[in-house]
Ligand binder design. Structure first.
Ligand SMILES: [Zn+2]
Length: 289
């Protein structure tokens, strides 16, 4: 069933666990996520990025998620969220389409401009009963790591400053807060060390559900510690993509004559479902329905 994100996040906050926010852009991945949620009896967030919207079109992907949530997730709460909305336009379109949560990501902007963009988006969302996620700090990915290697960037400069985080949360009135504490977009096993002391400070100052982006490749023990320190949403994308691509390559390799798309895609969908189910167990959301 399709629910407002606040229902599942407020319960997760009371229960001390986190909800996975898994990315989709099509029918198969949406099915994989929902089937995992049903199998694990876990609430779930399904999120789409701007590039996923560009790929599938907003109306199509919204209807896919909403229809599957309504018809194939009986009694299982599913919330729809915009991941990394970069503009007010992105946010307003998703609010109008029926999302219950949006992420306005002004983290590339100077602090004051980030506050202004976020404030405007939050006000728009709140008027329409939609939750908003804000972000402060630079969540590193491949490009950021190259800059660090070249010493154009210091890793600590990318991390979220706890005092500024408090100021940001207060000024913008966001409902959830995404931060940079060593998490990275993509998968860099071994490189992703969470700065848990910093997370503790952020948690002490920002009394909001915290969001851990780029959690693919972060050690499960570290994620569990982060959940104890106020993280209630954990974003996963890369590990699902890897499982999907590996399974698809294997299937095509094993039978070079098969042309039934459904038979070719089924093992890849199942592989994604397995990743999602594993994460739900780690996040503690399994059996919480
Ligand atoms: Zn992210």
């Amino acid at each position: 069933m399709l629910v407002h994100i606040k229902e599942i996040i407020m319960r997760a906050q009371r229960g001390g666990y986190a909800i996975g926010a898994f990315n989709t852009q099509d029918l198969e991945i949406t099915l994989a996520i929902v089937q995992a949620a049903v199998a694990q009896r876990s609430p779930v967030i399904i999120q789409v990025s701007e590039s996923a919207i560009k790929y599938a079109s907003l109306k199509a992907i919204t209807h896919i998620v909403q229809t599957i949530a309504k018809n194939q997730a009986d009694g299982i709460p599913v919330a729809l969220h915009l991941d990394h909305g970069k503009s007010f336009l992105s946010v307003s379109e998703c609010v109008k389409a029926g999302f219950s949560s949006i992420h306005i990501d002004g983290s590339d902007l100077p602090f004051d401009e980030n506050i202004n963009l976020t404030k405007e988006s939050v006000a728009y969302a709140h008027k329409r009963n939609v939750w908003a996620q804000g972000e402060l700090g630079t969540i590193l990915g491949k490009e950021g790591l190259i800059k660090i290697e070249k010493r154009e960037l210091e890793i600590k400069d990318c991390f979220t400053d706890p005092a500024l985080a408090a100021k940001f949360a207060q000024a913008t009135k966001v409902d959830t807060f995404a931060m940079s504490i060593g998490n990275m977009h993509g998968m860099f096993v071994g490189l992703e060390q969470l700065d848990l002391a910093r997370l503790k400070k952020i948690h002490a100052k920002v009394k909001l559900p915290l969001v851990l982006h780029g959690a693919s490749g972060v050690e499960h023990g570290e994620i569990k510690k982060a959940i104890k320190l106020g993280v209630h949403i954990v974003n996963i994308d890369t590990e699902m993509r890897q499982a999907w691509a590996t399974a698809l390559r294997r299937t095509l390799q094993a039978d070079k004559k098969e042309i039934d798309l459904r038979k070719i895609l089924a093992p890849a969908t199942a592989a994604v479902q397995a990743v999602v189910e594993e994460k739900m167990k780690v996040f503690g959301s399994s059996g919480k329905v």
